[in-house]
Design a binder for this molecule. Structure first.
Ligand code: ADP
Length: 327
């Protein structure tokens, strides 16, 4: 189970941190993937663009290879059981703990005039999404590690207090360590809302991709010395989309002190264009297909709600909220 907020255009970080794993998981697991529109409301005060973003996230997921026939692909707000489990889990979530979450502190810094309870209880809602499907594996990027730990805590507390209902969920990335796709300005991660010139979006056209990479930061490190972070980031991106031969050649050049960043960026740009353009084109087609998107959302919600209802029943029975049963 996993989700992506519809707060903007999907980028390479979303793809390599999340969607790529979704696509691989659909072959061998029962999967629930959602557009986290309720999560988006924790920071969005203006919702006019929400509809477009929701459709975009769905289309880009499908264009990246996700098959709605194989998985439940749905919108969070179409599964009202989420809100009910969220309320129940809130009884197990402590205020002090939530206030200490680094992502909460960061959001307070970014949105000082909108520190709402949704923002504070974001990890509880996220735990509700995951536990509602009784999911064990959660394909996410490295930035989500701590939220997963909180979801495990809530599952553990519930089970201890009321009896075993929820398996413990873990972040998942096919045996490799969790990935953080760096931004092109050498600082932080690519993200939907931060510096747009430093983030490569799945919707970027070829010229935009080339331009952004051309402007990427490259500090010149001394040959043989420690590699500056901005250069290490370029190598990381190169490894994601170029062949091993190309990566090896530039690594050898770097070691020898003869690397030409201009050439390296050109290779990287062409690799990115070859990677992004087919996804972009396919997503554009899907985004304009109203009846198909509607069918995807309806069928996805039906699958997610069936499993969610079964979970809620188990949870309520464990909590003693079933007043019709004979004792
Ligand atoms: P964003 O941070 O861009 O708003 P979300 O919070 O909606 O993205 O996260 C969606 C998924 O994408 C999560 O699994 C998250 O871990 C992953 N993700 C986001 N940015 C990156 C990144 N730069 N590198 C790796 N994974 C990322």
């Amino acid at each position: 189970m996993s989700g992506i907020r519809p707060t903007g255009f999907l980028h390479l970080g979303n793809y390599f941190g999340a969607v790529r794993n979704y696509v691989r998981m659909q072959e061998s697991y029962t999967c629930y993937f959602m557009v986290a529109d309720l999560h988006a409301l924790t920071t969005l005060t203006e919702t006019r663009e929400l509809k477009n973003h929701v459709r975009r996230v769905l289309a880009e997921n499908i264009a990246s290879g996700l098959d709605p026939e194989k998985v439940a692909l749905y919108c969070q707000s179409h599964v009202p059981e989420t809100a009910e489990l969220y309320l129940l889990l809130n009884m197990l979530a402590y205020k002090g703990e939530l206030e200490k979450t680094p992502t909460f502190k960061e959001k307070v810094r970014l949105h000082p005039n909108n520190v709402n309870m949704g923002l504070l209880t974001y990890p509880v809602l996220q735990a509700a999404d995951i536990l509602l499907q009784r999911a064990t594996l959660v394909p996410v990027g490295k930035d989500q590690e701590q939220h997963l730990e909180m979801a495990r805590n809530y599952a553990g507390r519930f089970n201890q207090r009321y009896g075993e209902v929820f398996p413990e969920p873990y972040a998942f990335n096919f045996g490799e360590s969790l990935i953080k796709v760096p931004s092109l300005d050498g600082a932080g991660k690519m993200s939907k809302s931060e510096n747009q010139m430093a983030t490569l979006y799945l919707a970027d056209d070829d010229e935009t991709i080339r331009n952004k990479i051309k402007k990427a930061k490259t500090d010149s490190g001394a040959p043989g010395g420690d590699m500056p972070e901005s250069v290490a980031n370029l190598f990381l991106l190169l490894e994601l989309v170029c062949s091993q031969d190309v990566v090896d050649k530039f690594r050898a050049d770097y070691q020898a002190g003869t690397v030409r960043y201009g050439d390296m960026k050109k290779e990287l740009a062409e690799g990115m264009v070859a990677f992004i353009s087919p996804i972009r084109e396919k997503a554009e087609q899907i985004r304009n297909d109203d009846s198909y998107l509607r069918k995807v959302m309806e069928e996805g919600a039906a699958k997610a709600r069936a499993n969610a209802a079964a979970t809620l029943q188990l949870a309520k029975e464990a909590m003693g909220l079933n007043y019709f049963a004979k004792i």
